[in-house]
Design a protein around this ligand. Structure first.
Ligand SMILES: Cc1cc2nc3c(=O)[nH]c(=O)nc-3n(C[C@H](O)[C@H](O)[C@H](O)COP(=O)(O)OP(=O)(O)OC[C@H]3O[C@@H](n4cnc5c(N)ncnc54)[C@H](O)[C@@H]3O)c2cc1C
Length: 358
């Protein structure tokens, strides 16, 4: 058996680690010159999105022998709408770092891989298919899945972000749902040290934004005023046409679609780390004869559908209704909703909303 992994990101490396534990040494092909060789970005695991799994780190370690460390716990979630604010003082999840940072998830996973990673790879999928009995498509985009007519797009999203220097509470994160700031989208701040944070706006293509620079400047000004300091921008990124969708067949022949190639990116808030890691692990489980990929990924498919319903709902929620929701989340109900729990309240919400979101 000869296994090629195309892409040394979350799903590709998780796949490699799981294969190696079962005695298979894959060949890993990465187009960049190191793992995570891109902008630094703080990302999250939020318990309420993955319940009944509340502690993603513990779950990955105990169930799958994948060992990752967060950069911080989140003890406070600040949600802003046009006129209201909810402060949720609860341990709602974890912050981690991605990209060109020595503690990034990519670097942490790389340390657990012993197979050689072939950097600056220019191999195409077709070339790998000729040479290998199994190919894992883990390129973090839908490119090949689209070429193979194996992908349905639900949203195309733009993310504009920056690293800023300032003074931050490392365990507090901030999000804005306000169509006047980001139409149909959201904006957020995630600190990854006491002195640095990422600030990001995310909106779907259908928003037809006329002047993105103006929208960005407006958000930046709001932040400087909210944090009562002048935030110094030290790095910037712009991700255009980031596709949220799902592949139709998770596996074609011996090609496995994993991570974002599979449809691990959840539409509601664009979270995909946990499902990406799982799809990589599940593809390896299948290759090692420990399960069937199509069956193992079923819960992720279900979560995707729930998440898409919630995305549609949030896009359609006007500012006055959002004010009411945010106001309701301040205090007792916010704590109850976001606190780690075995009960997935989002799925229930999605069942209730689905008939209205056709
Ligand atoms: C700005 C932003 C913020 C996000 N925030 C969150 C968050 O807070 N929480 C969360 O859960 N998710 C978040 N996500 C989503 C999450 O990062 C992704 O879902 C996840 O990283 C996808 O994993 P993957 O394995 O599919 O791809 P990646 O981890 O992106 O890895 C893909 C790898 O493939 C390589 N590659 C690409 N093309 C080729 C090729 N042709 N040949 C060889 N190698 C190739 C790339 O260089 C890369 O190393 C965010 C995404 C973005 C863009």
């Amino acid at each position: 058996m000869k296994v090629a992994i195309m892409g040394a990101g979350l799903s590709g490396l998780a796949c490699a680690i799981t294969l190696e534990r079962n005695g298979i040494s894959p060949h890993i092909f990465e187009k960049r010159s190191d793992v995570g060789d891109r902008f630094i970005n703080a990302e999250l695991f939020l318990s309420f999105l993955t319940s009944p799994v509340n502690n993603n780190y513990q779950f990955l370690a105990e169930e799958h022998n994948i060992f990752l460390k967060p950069s911080n716990l989140i003890n406070q979630l600040n949600i802003h709408s046009e006129n209201k604010k909810a402060i949720v003082n609860e341990q709602v999840g974890f912050i981690n770092i991605r990209g060109r940072h020595k503690h990034s998830f990519e670097q942490q996973l790389k340390q657990q891989v012993s197979s050689k990673i072939h950097y600056q790879s220019t191999f195409t999928y077709e070339e790998l298919l000729k040479e290998y009995s199994h190919v894992i498509l883990a390129t973090g985009d839908a490119g090949y899945a689209l070429d193979l007519n194996n992908y349905e797009v639900d949203r195309s999203v733009t993310l504009k972000g920056a690293t800023v220097e300032g003074d931050f509470k490392q365990s507090s994160i901030y999000v804005w749902f306000n169509h006047k700031i980001v139409p149909n989208g959201y904006a957020y701040v995630i600190p990854f040290s006491e002195k640095e944070a990422n600030i990001v706006i995310a909106y779907p293509q259908f928003s037809s934004i006329q002047d993105e620079d103006q929208m960005w400047q407006n958000f930046y000004d709001i932040l400087c005023s909210r944090f009562n300091q002048s935030l110094k921008v030290t790095d910037q990124f712009h991700v255009k046409d980031y596709l949220i969708g799902r592949c139709i067949y998770p596996r074609i022949g011996n090609t496995f679609f994993t991570g974002n190639c599979f449809g691990a990116l959840m539409p509601f808030l664009g979270f995909g780390q946990f499902s990406s890691l799982l799809t990589g692990i599940y593809a390896a489980n299948d290759i090692c004869g420990e399960g069937q990929y199509e069956k193992l990924i079923k819960p992720i498919r279900k979560s995707y559908n729930h998440s898409l319903t919630l995305r549609k709902a949030i896009e359609r929620t006007e500012n006055p209704t959002m004010d009411k929701i945010v106001s309701g989340l301040d205090g007792y109900w916010g704590k109850k909703f976001f606190k780690p729990s075995k009960f997935n309240s989002l799925n229930t919400l999605s069942y209730i909303l689905r008939p209205f979101m056709k």
